[in-house]
Design a binder for this molecule. Structure first.
Ligand code: DLZ
Length: 187
């Protein structure tokens, strides 16, 4: 292919983008960009399946929430058997508690059957629906990897911890919602 052709340039930049995404450290963020979480309350749902991974995601999320001012008693953790159950675990938090945001943490590793696709799609759709149904941030902290090593790399390994990323996203979304609520009250 001619290196100066539009197609070649497009493909090269696309491949570079994919490579950047694959090596992004999930724990790297600008500390100052994260609002204070002192007045915020969070529910975390953790899948017991692949617990070596999901336990590490949970520890990362809790540590990050606390680092940004969230109080110990404002973090409530519940476990569910597998990632497929994350949606209903999230719904229980939304229905029965007064948390400001819910973080769903799970890990689905590609196997030989299509189970992987069904679980991933189910949780993605379930989390999206909860956000909309309850007008509440429900954070999608699900690792979907080809193998165990890719998951370990993203659960406190060389690519950081998706639990940290989920916690930062949760704080930012709660802050955004509180800002909207404040603005709509003073109008
Ligand atoms: C059954 C199953 C399989 C095969 N793989 C995973 C997985 O990689 N990660 C995960 O979190 N859960 C898995 N599960 C369990 C399902 O999420 C669910 O708990 C069962 O299908 C029961 O609803």
């Amino acid at each position: 292919m001619d290196p100066s052709s539009e197609c070649h340039i497009f493909l090269t930049s696309f491949v570079k983008k994919i490579q950047r995404m694959a090596t992004k450290n999930l724990s790297a963020y600008d500390l100052n960009s994260v609002p204070d979480g002192k007045e915020m309350k969070f529910g975390i749902v953790v899948s017991e399946w692949n617990y070596e991974i999901t336990g590490a995601l949970m520890r990362g999320a809790i540590e990050t929430l606390k680092k940004h001012g969230v109080q110990d008693d404002a973090i409530v953790v519940n476990h569910v058997p597998g990632s497929f159950e994350l949606t209903l675990g999230g719904q229980f938090f939304a229905e029965y508690t007064d948390v400001d945001a819910i973080i769903l943490l799970g890990c689905v590793i590609q196997g030989e059957t299509r189970h992987f696709d069904f679980i991933c799609q189910g949780v993605a759709k379930g989390a999206t629906d909860l956000n909309i149904k309850y007008n509440l941030p429900v954070i999608f902290g699900l690792l979907t990897t080809d193998n165990q090593q890719q998951a370990l790399d993203r659960a406190g390994g060389k690519l950081g911890n998706k639990g940290d990323e989920a916690a930062v996203t949760a704080i930012k979304m709660v802050s955004l919602q509180k800002n909207f609520e404040y603005e709509s009250n003073i109008e």
